[in-house]
Design a binder for this molecule. Structure first.
Ligand SMILES: *Cc1c(COP(=O)(O)O)cnc(C)c1O
Length: 476
């Protein structure tokens, strides 16, 4: 039986004549037909009792579906209903509209990336950004690379010359994705000199560690965790003074650099004012710009970074630079930045505003569900569909900033909570949302699905409505 069915499968060429879709290149179509045939073979071999047969038409449809999936970009927009503003898996900071427009302009044509319009000669790719950043932070000079991990690596490689880098044992951070401070130091060619204990490090620990091999004192912001209880860490200001006295460098990996203060976290301006020699932070965490690593520092050090061979490998591309310059321009007016930069607007949204936003979403969804009930049932494959209304409620919840930023700070937020019914489990509802044309990513808490409005843009309300109402008619 199995062998008969296998032999009965059509040849690739036969299926090809049934796939009259001009949108799909022939090479891809042939590849997908082979894949569809393979899938059929596996299925036939796997079914021992009643093995199914497949018609040419069926296989052609499978192949077209496979081809369409291949031609659709895997990287696509999603609706973030998790409330986590800097969601690492969902791309961290979203871009402001004006910033994205500028990126589009630069992307679609030629630009002054390394051209000086005044002299008509070659220019620097970060002149504009340097002027903005020095103005905003008080730093002397700037270097931009791909991400903050690259920034730390470059700073250590270019400035520490295989010397010792002194770090507190409480700050040997792992950020995730294999960024671990001890490993980055060793990759840079420098030598880690751990001091202090996990919970407490004193200034004298640093003092005692300094010797003729010391290149730098490094402070790392413990972005994604907090040591609480009997603890002590040395502030950057004291470390900077100590480094100066000893004639070694002070380097600060600030992680989530921000120009505005969140919950007493140090700002970029504060770190610069503390006199740190080299300061590194991410462009797409609390700053709300594009993914990049921003290095601020004294001119003599930054010059060395720019001349180091690793800089050429790690420097940011023109689209990143365009996005960064446009984002920084928004910061020239801080109040404007708080409204225009999505990360800031979402983090600073008040509980009252969020409650009102959630109430609006709830009302829109409830009205749509009621309206759907009065419509005649849709019928799919000739089967009648029964209406099922999902219970919705307004719920006060607690969210987090995400992206390894502000780990202990709780953000009061509001959500539309969706409860399961006898027809739908909460898992089925979550899957339905996740498989929507613009996937809706939400979290499940205690058997309810929470749509946290902090991260849901209003322009997506209609899409969520459409998705939920389509779910109303899904069961037979
Ligand atoms: C996030 C973070 C990094 C890594 O930054 P990326 O921009 O993700 O490369 C490094 N150090 C600290 C302290 C961080 O918080």
């Amino acid at each position: 039986m199995t062998n008969e069915l296998l032999r009965a499968l059509p040849r690739v060429d036969d299926v090809l004549t049934h796939t009259t879709n001009d949108q799909i290149p022939r090479g891809i179509m042939v590849d997908c037909i082979r894949e569809a045939l393979d899938n059929c073979r596996t299925k036939i071999k796997g079914e021992h009792e009643i093995a199914s047969s497949f018609s040419v038409q069926e296989i052609a449809e499978m192949a077209i579906a496979l081809a369409n999936a291949r031609l659709t970009p895997k990287l696509c927009s999603v609706i973030n209903a998790t409330g986590v503003v800097l969601h690492t898996n969902l791309g961290r900071a979203p871009m402001a509209e004006s910033v994205a427009e500028h990126v589009k302009q630069i992307a679609m044509g030629y630009s002054t990336l390394e051209y000086n319009l005044t002299t008509g000669k070659r220019g620097s790719r970060t002149d504009g950004i340097e002027k903005l950043l020095t103005g905003l932070t008080g730093a002397e000079a700037v270097c931009i690379v791909n991400n903050n991990a690259a920034a730390v690596l470059l700073a250590l490689a270019a400035l520490c010359n295989a010397g010792e880098v002194v770090v507190s044992r409480g700050e040997l951070v792992e950020i995730g994705g294999s960024f671990r401070v001890p490993e980055v130091i060793s990759q840079s060619g420098a030598v880690l000199r751990e001091v202090g204990a996990t919970n407490k490090t004193h200034l004298s620990d640093y003092q005692n560690a300094i010797c003729e091999n010391t290149a730098a004192l490094l402070k790392v912001h413990t972005s994604n965790y907090k040591i609480m209880g009997f603890t002590q860490e040395i502030e950057m200001r004291s470390l900077t003074s100590l480094a100066k006295e000893a004639g070694v460098l002070s380097i600060y990996d600030l992680g989530s650099g921000s120009f505005i203060s969140f919950a007493g976290e140090p700002t970029v301006q504060q770190a610069v004012a503390d006199g740190v020699d080299v300061l590194c932070f991410s462009g797409d965490k609390l700053l709300g710009g594009p993914q990049c690593g921003i290095i601020l520092g004294k001119r003599e050090h930054v010059e060395k970074l720019r001349k180091h061979p690793l800089y050429r490998a790690l420097r940011a591309d023109k689209l990143t630079l365009a996005a960064l310059e446009a984002s920084l321009t928004l910061y020239l007016d801080l109040e404007n930045a708080k409204e225009q930069i999505p990360t800031l607007a979402m983090l600073l949204a008040t509980p009252e505003a969020l409650k009102e936003k959630a109430a609006r979403l709830l009302e829109q969804l409830s009205a749509a569900q009621s309206a759907a009930l009065t419509m005649p049932p849709l019928s799919e494959n000739g089967r009648g569909h029964r209406a099922s209304v999902l219970p919705l409620a307004l719920q006060k919840i607690v969210g987090q900033a995400g992206g390894g930023s502000l780990p202990t700070q709780e953000f009061e937020s509001w959500a539309v909570a969706v409860s399961p019914t006898t027809d739908f489990t909460i898992g089925e509802i979550e899957t339905h949302l996740r498989n929507w044309k613009t996937p809706i990513i939400a979290r499940i808490h205690k058997d309810t699905l929470l749509l946290d409005v902090r991260t849901i843009e209003e322009r997506y309300f209609c899409e969520i409505e459409e998705c939920l109402v389509s779910g109303t008619w899904r069961h037979q």
